[in-house]
Design a protein around this ligand. Structure first.
Ligand SMILES: [Zn+2]
Length: 207
């Protein structure tokens, strides 16, 4: 399992340099020797292993690994439906900010007329596939959000935090209806539990 994880991440990340993969409790510490590789991994995800999303965060090299937050993914989202007349970087940031903290706007895409943004998506909130966003006192837009490389999205409740496992929301509904039978059918069983928490160390870039 560990060997296949190591070889999988190395091949999917297509690194310029090398990465060391160290198991640390229920997490992994990745040590890169090339700064460009860190940027590539951070901007190219989310990444998956055996249909589970790999949760990543920066690591300063000092904290206990167990306290590093692993409850989000960095993800690219395309925001469809913004009228061309107001398709500007501030608008894209405003709309993206309704989903999660905006990290960057894809400026080349914006010049082509596409609103593509990289942001921090919490795995504990339902994934928002569309939304009504007020962009001025008189304008409310109905938009569609397209997430790139999203894995483990529960089709019943929209959450990311129990991919492959029984959906708590479905259980609630089943309990409400007084019927346990068939409650699993709405859950996408193809996803594995999010059991792999990963971190990597930017400090290692210096070596
Ligand atoms: Zn669910």
């Amino acid at each position: 399992m560990l060997d296949s994880f190591r070889s999988d991440v190395r091949s999917m990340w297509r690194l310029t340099g090398t990465v060391e993969v160290h198991p640390r409790g229920d997490r992994f510490l990745f040590t890169f020797n090339h700064e460009r590789d860190v940027a590539r991994v951070k901007k190219g995800g989310p990444w998956g292993f055996q249909h589970a999303m790999i949760l990543l965060n920066d690591y300063d090299g000092f904290l206990e690994l167990s306290v590093v937050r692993l409850d989000f993914v960095w993800i690219w989202v395309t925001l469809d439906g913004i009228p061309p007349g107001i398709l500007t970087e501030p608008t894209v940031r405003l709309v993206g900010g309704t989903i999660g903290e905006v990290l960057e706007v894809d400026r080349p895409a914006l010049r082509r007329g596409d609103a593509r943004v990289r942001l921090v998506l919490s795995i504990h909130d339902p994934v928002c596939l569309d939304g009504r966003v007020r962009v001025s006192p008189s304008d409310v837009l109905t938009l569609r959000f397209r997430y790139e490389r999203l894995l483990g999205h529960c089709h019943s409740c929209g959450m990311l935090n129990h991919g492959g496992q029984r959906c708590p929301r479905v259980d609630e509904l089943a309990a409400d209806a007084g019927a346990e039978q068939g409650s699993q059918t709405a859950v996408d069983r193809s996803f594995q539990p999010l059991s792999l928490g990963q971190t990597f160390s930017p400090l290692s870039l210096l070596h």
